[in-house]
Design a protein around this ligand. Sequence first.
Ligand code: NAG
Ligand code: NAG
Ligand code: NAG
Ligand code: NAG
Ligand code: NAG
Ligand code: NAG
Ligand code: NAG
Ligand code: NAG
Length: 269
Amino acid sequence: MGKQATIFLIFFYLMKINLASAVASPLNSSTDEHSLLAIKAHITFDPNNILASNWSLGTDFCTWIGVTCSRRRPRVTVLNLFNMSLQGTIAKEIGNLSFLTYLGISNNSFKGVIPDEIGNLRRLRRVKMSYNQLSGEIPRLSFGFLTNLEYLSIQGNHLTGTIPWNIFNISSLQAIGFTGNQLSGTLVTLPNDICYHLSKLEGLYLSNNQLSGDIPTSLFACSQLNILPLSYNNFTGAIPIQMGNFSQLQELYLGSNKLSGENNYFYKS
Ligand SMILES: *[C@@H]1O[C@H](CO)[C@@H](O)[C@H](O)[C@H]1NC(C)=O
Ligand SMILES: *[C@@H]1O[C@H](CO)[C@@H](O)[C@H](O)[C@H]1NC(C)=O
Ligand SMILES: *[C@@H]1O[C@H](CO)[C@@H](O)[C@H](O)[C@H]1NC(C)=O
Ligand SMILES: *[C@@H]1O[C@H](CO)[C@@H](O)[C@H](O)[C@H]1NC(C)=O
Ligand SMILES: *[C@@H]1O[C@H](CO)[C@@H](O)[C@H](O)[C@H]1NC(C)=O
Ligand SMILES: *[C@@H]1O[C@H](CO)[C@@H](O)[C@H](O)[C@H]1NC(C)=O
Ligand SMILES: *[C@@H]1O[C@H](CO)[C@@H](O)[C@H](O)[C@H]1NC(C)=O
Ligand SMILES: *[C@@H]1O[C@H](CO)[C@@H](O)[C@H](O)[C@H]1NC(C)=O
């Protein structure tokens, strides 16, 4: 074998190692620690000094306030920062907490956008980001990857744009909460049937937005749906007749919309 070929082979071998590590790039417990510290670094105000004093490098991050690790390995499964009066943005590095099943940051003052990187967290079951000041659009694609998601609540923020259709593809979802944002667009132009994949959906909270167009009749085919707040939007048209046959529904809120037409089928026995 000539010198050139040998050099080429060595080069190729190094390339392969490089590629392999780039592709696999295993996220490990030190990545989790790095991610938590990045999250802390994006918090600009922590009036009760909760993270400032507790989340300190060199200590076991599994003991940090709001952090729970897996019993089997030092990987973060729960991040719960509920009601800590925190201000700041959500660090992209959150997407590296690859064992996360529960993300709770409700009732703080997080602002800015929801990072797309959340879509990397395929084990997520519960996402609670209500009552913050999050703005921008709901990440278009990311949430569609969260195929284990059961509970998604982003109520009381400043989100704009339309509801990404692929959220309605997540068949594990039991509750979707978007009440109290500035979401617009219609639900009827969404392709096919909202309920087709959502056989477990029990609550769809959409009140206090700027949603418009008809209330899709297909909604009333969600067999488990029992709470459907749609009030304070710009929905128009008639109240769908299918609603009258809807046995599961216990709470339906339609006030303050622009609905019209007959609705006497409610009174049929
Ligand atoms: C963890 O992953 C990082 C980045 O991929 C790497 O640099 C580090 O060596 C890994 N640590 C361990 C203990 O495997
Ligand atoms: C952080 O707080 C928890 C719970 O109060 C405590 O168990 C832990 O030792 C604290 N860690 C540090 C580094 O202060
Ligand atoms: C949230 O925090 C505030 C004070 O910052 C406290 O008054 C309130 O009780 C807390 N709520 C819950 C549910 O812990
Ligand atoms: C973690 O996330 C950041 C930002 O999303 C990314 O740049 C970085 O490569 C990720 N991986 C590790 C091992 O930190
Ligand atoms: C949210 O935080 C505010 C201000 O700290 C507090 O007054 C309120 O009780 C909290 N809400 C809940 C549900 O804990
Ligand atoms: C939703 O699911 C259907 C059927 O499984 C698939 O054809 C479609 O591409 C999915 N849409 C999105 C946006 O993921
Ligand atoms: C909703 O209705 C209000 C009042 O008619 C109107 O000012 C607003 O532009 C509408 N918004 C949308 C998104 O249709
Ligand atoms: C409601 O149910 C009755 C009896 O099961 C059926 O005849 C009727 O077609 C249904 N109406 C609608 C709008 O689904």
